[in-house]
Write a protein that binds this ligand. Structure first.
Ligand SMILES: [Zn+2]
Length: 233
């Protein structure tokens, strides 16, 4: 009891000098909140795709590559909170936030929908040069959170990037596809043989990167593939 009170007082004092701020709106977080305040959490635009068979994200891959299920936690809006969150993760180094969102999403995915039956998590790899520059792979941290809450194995040494891509921004879908085709290779395919893979990325836009990853995996082993991302743009 006394230790709890002391700890809480300590946390409150620390918060006074180094306030923990909400990534969504910048207000000071209260003791029970982590990374995102309750108000922002409530207002984040969830997709509910995990409960929706043939949702728009699954349809994105129709006719391109065989995917079992696909879902994103939030809609990506140009001036929305989800964008601010992704930006903080990628450009302000908030990898713990990516993991936290993975844990939240994993809990929801376990409660309902088809994702709980999949067996193994594979993050989309960054090119090693870019990972070195950023210091971490945001998709891997998101996958780590999913792995913790869903109690699934995370394999970061299977899917690898074999050549760099220029930044994807401002490229048409065909250009993007040419850009990522043949970029991925599969190491240790025996680790994934006969499994249902959850392929994990931070955001899906045209789906070109995820499509290239899925094709590499399907060519390398007998697998089923589903896709999970933080955001759907
Ligand atoms: Zn907030």
């Amino acid at each position: 009891m006394i230790t709890d009170t002391l700890l809480n007082t300590g946390t409150d004092l620390l918060n006074l000098f180094y306030p923990r701020l909400c990534t969504g709106c910048g207000t000071t977080l209260v003791r029970q909140e982590d990374h995102i305040c309750t108000g922002c959490m409530y207002n984040l635009p969830k997709t509910g795709f995990h409960l929706d068979r043939h949702n728009p994200m699954e349809q994105l891959f129709w006719g391109r590559v065989r995917i079992e299920y696909a879902a994103a936690y939030y809609y990506f809006e140009k001036s929305g909170k989800c964008r601010r969150i992704l930006h903080s993760i990628k450009y302000k180094g908030k990898k713990e936030l990516a993991r936290y969102i993975g844990m939240l999403y994993g809990n929801e995915l376990l409660r309902a929908g088809p994702f709980s039956s999949a067996g193994i998590l594979l993050p989309v790899p960054l090119h090693s040069k870019r990972e070195k520059k950023r210091g971490f792979n945001q998709s891997e941290w998101f996958a780590a959170g999913l792995s913790e809450s869903m109690n699934k194995h995370l394999a970061a040494d299977v899917l690898v990037r074999v050549s760099g891509t220029n930044t994807q921004t401002n490229k048409s879908r065909i250009k993007r596809w040419e850009n990522v085709e043949n970029c991925f290779a599969v190491k240790n395919p025996e680790k994934i043989e006969n499994t249902h893979i959850l392929l994990v990325d931070d955001v899906v836009t045209t789906g070109a990167t995820l499509e290239a990853c899925a094709i590499a995996l399907l060519e390398a082993a007998c697998v089923k593939i589903s896709i999970l991302t933080i955001a759907y743009a």
